[in-house]
Design a protein around this ligand. Structure first.
Ligand SMILES: Nc1ncnc2c1ncn2[C@@H]1O[C@H](COP(=O)(O)OP(=O)(O)OP(=O)(O)O)[C@@H](O)[C@H]1O
Ligand SMILES: [Mg+2]
Length: 592
């Protein structure tokens, strides 16, 4: 079945059929014309022979119907003739026959009804032939009239076996058949060769196309083919080259995309139209808490941080519009994710969804801090302003004339103004620090004398509490620092140590050279700081006892300024404290 459907078989069979058909048609017409020609030749030679015999006959004998003499003459004349000769009188009586004994001749019937004789009688010089069966074989008859002065004296009839023509014909036919068979064989061989060549080229093209289909774009169909097949293989080769180049290009693009996908800081996740994950990058795995399994092919809703993302994806998929929101994944508490889900559209049909999640914990925290800062500043400004306004109102309401209480209100207005001034000064310092414009003017700072100056500057605060300050800084110890800023740090710490100390307490300032840094400590034996507050003590506006601190004129900005200035020097700051056992604030300055 397979053989009959092959191109090879079809080509070869049609080729052979055409050759055989044309040979058969040629053979048929050749045979027909050969046979006709052979018969005509035979007839004309027989006619010539018959006329020759007729010429030798004496018409008088025929007219006399002298059978004995005519028969003898016929037998004599036609001894060398290949055909049987019959002489017939005008009446139809047979007068002689070369093929039969005289006795038999006499017994022969009237021959005037024979068709060849009839035809010879009616035509002047023509001859009529007929094919009949007498002597149990096919014979060819031909009769010519014997004329005597315009009248018919009789007829000479020749009969010749058809066998000779048939034998000649069959011999010719055999020859023709043999040559036909030879040419058919030759045609078959040539056809076979052509088909083989053709099918080999075709086979190469088919095999090549199969390899292209299997993705072997580097394969080339051998260039042996010529003509249309050659063009076809050239075209296919070019197509394979083109596709190969495009596939390689697409592969490169995919690698680039994959690299970007893998290394990007955003979490990226792609789902299909049914919410099944088709792609997920490492950052997304990390943010979603995917560990130890491959989520590709799984539903987004089944992931550890899935439900929220899934509902966003569903919204994007169903509305065909991008959705964005923020949320804290259960798998990573304290982290805020900003998520945007965008549908993948193909001809207005939603094919999937791309989810991009960014960790916005930092920016959100900063925003929160800023809001708190504004709220704190407003609050801090409001308190002294309210007090100033209240005191001023009281004075305007008549207290101005009250010699006893009036000055108290004025004093309060003054105190609150100082506090406002301090607050604004601190805020300016902070905003300057935050602007990043703060620059250090470093120099060698002798620490003992610097501490001495700071002690002097805070003497009032210490005096108010009867606090003793001891400067234990070793003489000659120096640090590379901005003298002004370092002085601010020390004053802040000494001010706190005095302000928050107990009545009659003690402050020690010490400094020591450590490997790579100088460490300075301001220690007091005041009430100390409860452990719960320690982590926040350096935050802006943070105060342990808000009421008391405010009463002492504090804003809660001192330590945050200290921290900023120390860090600006490249050092670090900290506190060791326990409730009831005093506090030791320390900071380091890296050695120059
Ligand atoms: N030596 C200390 N002993 C006990 N508590 C302290 C000491 N130093 C600071 N604190 C606590 O830390 C808080 C923050 O101090 P910080 O210097 O930042 O602010 P402040 O002193 O209240 O105001 P400011 O310094 O701006 O005038 C204080 O309100 C106080 O409660
Ligand atoms: Mg302070």
């Amino acid at each position: 079945m397979k053989l009959f459907s092959t191109l090879k078989f079809r080509l070869l069979s049609s080729y052979v059929l055409v050759v055989l058909f044309s040979l058969a048609v040629t053979g048929f017409f050749l045979d027909r014309s050969l046979e006709r020609r052979a018969l005509e030749d035979l007839r004309s030679s027989m006619a010539a022979q018959a006329r020759l015999i007729a010429a030798q006959l004496d018409p008088a004998l025929l007219l006399k119907e002298d059978a004995a003499r005519t028969d003898a003459l016929v037998k004599k004349i036609s001894r060398s003739a290949a055909s049987r000769v019959t002489v017939i009188a005008a009446s139809g009586k047979v007068l002689g026959d070369s093929g039969l004994p005289f006795a038999e001749v006499l017994k022969m019937g009237n021959h005037l009804d024979r068709r060849e004789v009839k035809a010879a009688a009616s035509s002047e010089s023509g001859s009529v032939t007929r094919l009949s069966v007498t002597l149990r074989e096919e014979l060819l008859y031909l009769a010519v009239p014997v004329r005597q002065g315009g009248a018919t004296a009789g007829f000479v009839r020749l009969a010749m076996p058809y066998r000779g023509v048939a034998a000649m014909l069959s011999e010719v036919r055999r020859g023709v058949a043999f040559s036909f068979a030879l040419s058919a064989l030759f045609a078959l061989a040539v056809g076979w060769f052509v088909v083989l060549l053709f099918s080999r080229q075709f086979g190469e093209i088919v095999a090549g196309s199969k390899r292209f289909a299997a993705g072997e774009f580097d394969y080339r169909i051998p260039p042996s083919s010529s003509g249309e097949l050659g063009k076809l293989s050239d075209t296919l080769n070019y197509m394979a080259w083109e596709i190969g180049a495009r596939v390689r290009d697409a592969g490169l693009r995919r690698l680039e995309l994959e690299a970007a996908f893998r290394d990007m800081s955003e979490a990226l996740l792609v789902t299909d139209g049914a919410g099944v994950i088709t792609m997920i990058n490492p950052r997304a795995r990390q943010l979603m808490g995917v560990k130890g399994f491959d989520p590709v092919g799984m539903r987004l809703s089944g992931m550890p941080a899935g439900p929220e993302l899934s509902s966003a994806a569903i919204k994007a998929l169903s509305s065909g519009r991008p959705v964005s929101f923020e949320f804290e994944p259960a798998s990573a508490a304290g982290t805020t994710l900003g998520v945007s889900a965008a549908p993948i559209l193909e001809n207005a049909l939603v094919r999937g969804c791309v989810l991009v999640a960014r960790d916005i914990t930092g920016p959100r925290k900063l925003e929160k801090l800023r809001k708190e800062f504004v709220a704190n500043v407003s609050h801090e400004l409001k308190t002294p302003l309210t007090a100033i306004k209240g005191n001023a109102e009281t004075l305007l309401g008549g207290a101005l004339d009250d010699k006893e209480h009036g000055p108290g209100f004025v004093k309060s207005i003054y105190d609150q103004s100082v506090r406002l001034e301090n607050l604004v000064a601190d805020l300016l310092k902070i905003s300057y620090a935050e602007s990043g414009k703060d620059r250090l003017e470093k120099g060698d700072v002798e620490l003992f004398s610097l501490a001495q100056e700071a002690v002097k500057a805070t003497a009032a605060a210490a005096g108010a509490k009867n606090v003793t300050v001891r400067n234990l800084v070793p003489a000659g110890l120096a640090a590379a620092a901005d003298k002004d800023k370092l002085s601010q740090v020390l004053i802040n710490l000494l001010d706190n140590a005095a302000k928050y100390n107990r009545e009659g307490g003690e402050i020690k300032i010490s400094a020591a050279q450590e490997p790579g840094a100088v460490k300075i400590v301001v220690e007091d034996n005041g009430p100390g700081i409860p452990a719960a507050h320690l982590p926040h003590i350096f935050e802006r506006f943070y105060r342990v006892d808000k009421a008391r601190s405010r009463e002492l004129g504090g804003t809660g900005l001192g330590l945050s300024i200290v921290k900023h200035l120390v860090e600006l020097h490249g050092g670090s700051v900290g506190v060791d404290s326990a409730e009831g056992r005093g506090s030791a604030f320390w900071f380091t300055l890296p050695a120059a």
